[in-house]
Design a protein around this ligand. Sequence first.
Ligand code: ADP
Ligand code: MG
Length: 401
Amino acid sequence: MNKRTVRDLRDDQLRGKRALVRVDFNVPLDGDGGVGDDTRIRAALPTIELLRQRGARVVLLSHLGRPKGKPEARYSLAPVAKHLQTLMPRERVTFVPETDTDAAVAATTDAARDVILMENTRFLAGEEQNDAALSHSLARLGDVYVNDAFGSAHRAHASTEGLAHHLHPAVAGLLMEKELEYLGRALSNPKRPFVAVLGGAKISGKIDVIEHMLPKVDRMLIGGAMACTFFKAMGLETGKSLVEAERVDMARELLKRCGDKLVLPTDARVAASLDQPLAMQEVARDAIAATLAMFDIGRRSEQAFGQWIAAAKTVMWNGPMGVFETPPFDGGTNAIALAMADATKRGATTVVGGGDSAAAVAALGLEAQMSHVSTGGGASLEFLEGKSLPGVAALDDRGAP
Ligand code: ADP
Ligand code: MG
């Protein structure tokens, strides 16, 4: 990676110093004062632990939810600090109910605290505006800046981007490094065959991903509702399936230009509506009745996709194959997850990006059987579109003075 990371910091830059770390603790709360899914909190532990081992006090910044630039009790990070303490029982974790105040700055120099979580950055008016005065002021909270919030790196906010201009060194954390390594290596130097699996609801949200990845992949397997727009472009009956009429021409053009790389489902699981999952039928793709909708790829497609995945050395997956929230329309999605887990065992690099695909993998308990499951839905999508992430771009370059 061409950005400096925490591992590049010298001892004198950390020992006895305050590391100001932007993390992504935007987790679901359970409404009972606790944390729902703590995946994102646990994902930041390696960086926090490394900084503690190297003698730094850790000051954490994060956003939670979408408060509009002023405090809102239900978006307080207090429950997250409590949860973090349970995950690191040997450290003295404290919550500071402010962020950009002299009291907050004073808390960072208090020797009785090891790990400090400041209140929600989105309680601050200038955060989402990337206000330079706010960034400058927040820089008082630390001696070095570490960005480990991959999930927020596609947003240029004061705590995710602006700070890197006001506090140096400004380096990537371990989670950020891992995300960029897996996503970056897959795109720039993949072991081949390189197979991408794309799905989800809308082709329109993924056009840039398709365009950016098509030249790089050996095959692109298309599932989800997206496949129906391609079916329409092929002149097939799509019934009540989710088709984006204004994208049909684009799908037709893609088929003409890259038809050999695109692998579409050959069959479908269909039903009249999601309320009647038991009436599900499996039909060939040219036999979708006008009264029915495709809610998942069919079993023959599962097998075909599975074979492409089995032959691949790199697999990148974004977007479920069907309405996986409603069984039995989770069949195709589950089959992809299982095929990827097998591929990992055989030594292939398997990467999952996208919030819903990651949730599907987690629901199957297969997270540990993927090479990497990205913690950043929107950020990983923008990365796969080939966009530069502002939160990454602002960090110190390797080799810079
Ligand atoms: P990700 O978050 O992994 O990037 P998306 O947000 O693009 O994925 O898409 C996920 C959504 O797509 C899910 O809610 C799923 O129900 C929906 N979906 C997948 N296939 C279909 C389909 N055939 N018809 C309607 N919705 C679908
Ligand atoms: Mg999604």
